[in-house]
Design a protein around this ligand. Structure first.
Ligand SMILES: [Zn+2]
Length: 331
């Protein structure tokens, strides 16, 4: 329990760093209250931005107190860190096929805490300014690829598990020999396949959504964000993220955050929440819902991809119609 509390405290600090990093990554002309006073425009020193962690920023000049959204970011990150650590200890990612030499929390927890930190930063920049800067996701992709290759045992699931043979029932799932012998190569291939899956499908969704709606609806930042998510999670969980994200969008989007005048929909937060949800429920998805059977069968994978894309388009068209409704009708 003390361990979980320490992880949550680390999350509180990481949330603050994410907020300051996000604030410094977006358009300097946007007034957000963390970088500078929104009244007299006096800049706050970066050290003060990082250290004023428990109360809102206060301007030394005009005594104005700024908003408390960075504290909300810290609290949310603390909860996300603590919850993931607790769930990892209780086997939320423990599946039969993957048996790393170390306990999951020893290598996978630090890896996925870095991931959650990057997801938090991307969410904040997307909410503040509808952008996901490359300065956040590009290092993320490199970290994911590098650590997956170096340890060779971070995969949520191997790059391919074949359940089709009869002897699987007797001896467990079939793993290709090269995967067992070349652990680091497999780690690299695993991460790279996820990266390409995430980027490729989001790119396809972006192009087709543009064609369907006649205007850009998904930003390029969402494509790079999905590339990072893929690199951290592998291709099978990435497909799950893409399937879950429109549902998250429907649930939260109808709450009103997306009903703004901007032409872009802030998809990033939905993708990040979907990624976190899949991290927390991976064993349930893989073993409980028997996704392992789907992911050794190409036709079903193709069907799932098509289904996710169609859900995306329906969500986009729905949001467009919803936004086109004059606001007086909603009152
Ligand atoms: Zn001021």
């Amino acid at each position: 329990m003390l361990f979980i509390i320490l992880i949550a405290l680390a999350g509180f600090v990481a949330g603050r760093i994410a907020a300051v990093w996000a604030a410094s990554s977006i358009d300097p002309s946007i007034q957000i209250g963390l970088r500078a006073c929104t009244s007299c425009r006096q800049r706050f020193p970066i050290v003060r931005q990082l250290l004023t962690i428990l109360r809102p920023m206060k301007c030394g000049g005009c005594q104005r107190t700024e908003g408390s959204w960075p504290i909300a970011v810290s609290l949310a990150t603390a909860a996300a860190f603590g919850w993931l650590a607790w769930l990892l200890q209780h086997g939320c990612q423990t599946v039969t096929e993957v048996r790393p030499a170390m306990e999951l929390w020893q290598n996978r927890l630090p890896y996925y805490l870095v991931f959650v930190f990057l997801l938090t930063t991307a969410t904040v920049t997307d909410l503040l300014d509808y952008v996901i800067p490359d300065s956040i996701v590009a290092p993320g992709m490199l970290i994911a690829l590098a650590f997956a290759t170096l340890t060779g045992e971070l995969q949520l699931i191997h790059v391919w598990v074949n359940w089709d043979y009869d002897f699987v029932m007797l001896y467990g799932p079939y793993l290709p020999e090269w995967m067992k012998q070349h652990q680091h190569l497999h780690g690299f291939v695993w991460s790279l396949c996820g990266l390409l899956t995430g980027a490729g499908l989001m790119w396809a969704a972006r192009i087709t959504a543009h064609l369907i709606l006649g205007m850009p609806a998904i930003g390029f930042g969402d494509v790079t964000l999905m590339a990072m998510i893929g690199a951290f999670m592998g291709w099978q969980p990435t497909l799950c993220v893409l399937a879950v994200a429109p549902l998250v969008g429907l649930l939260l989007g109808l709450g009103g955050r997306v009903v703004t005048g901007r032409s872009f929909v802030a998809f990033g937060p939905y993708l990040c929440i979907a990624a976190y949800s899949v991290l927390c429920t991976w064993r349930m998805l893989w073993e409980g819902w028997q996704l392992k059977l789907i992911f050794s069968h190409w036709p079903t994978i193709a069907g799932m991809v098509a289904g996710s894309l169609i859900t995306f388009w329906v969500l986009l068209v729905g949001l467009r119609i919803f936004r086109a409704v004059p606001s007086k009708w909603l009152r």
